[in-house]
Ligand binder design. Sequence first.
Ligand code: UDP
Length: 241
Amino acid sequence: MTERVNILGVGVDAVTMAEAVTAVRRYMDTRTGVMIATANAEMIMRATRDPALRDILNAAALVVPDGAGTVWAAHYLGYRMPERVAGYDLAQELLRSAPAEGRRIYFLGSAPGVAERAKAKAEEIYPGIEIVGVRDGYFKEEDDAAIIDGIRASHPDLLLVALGVPKQEKWIHAHLTQLGVPVAIGVGGTLDVMAGVMKRAPRWMQRAKLEWLFRGLLQPQRAGRLLALPKFVLKVHAARK
Ligand code: UDP
């Protein structure tokens, strides 16, 4: 069991990427039926205003430290947090090892056509991978039952859900039992990046811990969301006292 660190009310697991991958493998092997969340500063800030989201995150089997802000906050509060485990990177690690392990994967979310393109990309870079189903993320509540049936029928080991925060976490939580999948992970913009409709920050910016800035600048509609980071820093500072 890993140590869970309380950051503004959200428990984040002090895991490395390798430990996170091992944990997901174990859940797939035991077919447990769990949700895994990737907590960045923006998600944690949102959880401070959205108790339902906070409770869902705290009930997740694993919450990985996604983003430099989360790792910084843990350290600032005096906890151990070995490294950043970005949701995109975790998804790629799992996809990479899927063919050898015979894991079946389902992509749910993003605009129409994106999940198909992400599937084609996965098949190109991870030969032999079994993406057993895809479905876009623009659906109504009345479509839930048919979508869940489709997922159940394709028997995935891993369900990647890209509906954005907090929709993906709430959707997974609400339907986890019916879905019958061993593991479901909310992955935000991962399918967009795989499909090439959204870019990830260049390596140097990721290393300089500036990925949040890149995303804010590249998607002006998210510019307001840039403020989440300074607000997060102030809140963590206040929490330390
Ligand atoms: N999305 C979706 N259905 C919705 C709202 C959003 O499928 O009703 C998708 C959107 O197309 C994008 C992803 O969810 O692929 C959200 O990506 P974003 O980078 O905004 O993730 P966040 O930072 O919100 O986790």
